[in-house]
Design a protein around this ligand. Structure first.
Ligand code: TMP
Length: 197
């Protein structure tokens, strides 16, 4: 099973991911926890440019996210799925549709095609959306990277974009209120995934 975690900044995805993975392993599943951008040597270098580079244009940003994804799918996600493992990915293709599309204003339908190319059509079986108001999420951050520093209205478009994408495909997406105690959020995520097996 391929699970992706999505959400605006400060929704607690990384913490939830770790609890979720521990819970799945305790039930006997072999799980690979991974993330975008930034897995492996190539990914970590791309991540550094994306989160710390200066003067990056929207199109350059887009293709760096896609380059990271293409490498990640081929070298990490597909091999793990082929071995029968559960893959939990902290952000995936929907982040591109939402951040570069709804956030930056690049045409969403074009982004779906580019994503399709980068992933060879690999889509998650389940996507957990940790939904949170950006005003609350940004407040939670201790340090801010290049994208976190975008103005609040960018983050509002991102949040609304996630909710719109979730509404388009209610079979794949599960929306979870992230404005709760992290243990409760993680427990709901785990239960959702266990119910899907
Ligand atoms: P992170 O904060 O979850 O580590 O993700 C890094 C940032 O990159 C976050 O601000 C979301 C952004 N992002 C995009 O803009 N497009 C993408 O395709 C991905 C995967 C992340």
């Amino acid at each position: 099973m391929f699970v992706s975690l999505e959400g605006p900044e400060g929704a607690g995805k990384s913490t939830v991911a770790q609890t979720l993975v521990a819970g799945l392993r305790s039930k006997g599943h072999e799980v690979v926890l991974t993330r975008e951008p930034g897995e492996g040597d190539v990914g970590s270098r791309i991540r550094q440019i994306l989160l710390e580079g200066e003067g990056i244009t929207s199109r350059c940003e887009l293709f760096l996210f896609l380059a990271d994804r293409a490498q990640h799918v081929e070298t990490v996600i597909k091999p793990a799925l082929a071995e029968g493992k559960v893959v939990v990915c902290d952000r995936y293709a929907d982040s591109t549709v939402v951040y570069q599309g709804y956030g930056r204003g690049i045409q969403v339908e074009a982004l779906r095609k580019w994503n399709d190319f980068a992933t060879s059509g690999l889509s998650p079986d389940v996507t957990l959306l940790l939904d949170l108001s950006p005003a609350i999420g940004l407040e939670r951050l201790r340090t801010k990277d290049r994208l976190d520093r975008e103005p609040l209205d960018f983050h509002e478009r991102v949040r609304n974009g996630f909710l719109q994408e979730a509404a388009r495909d209610a079979k794949r997406w599960v929306v979870i209120n992230a404005d709760q105690n992290p243990a409760d959020v993680a427990a709901q995520c785990l239960q959702t995934i266990l119910n899907r097996f």
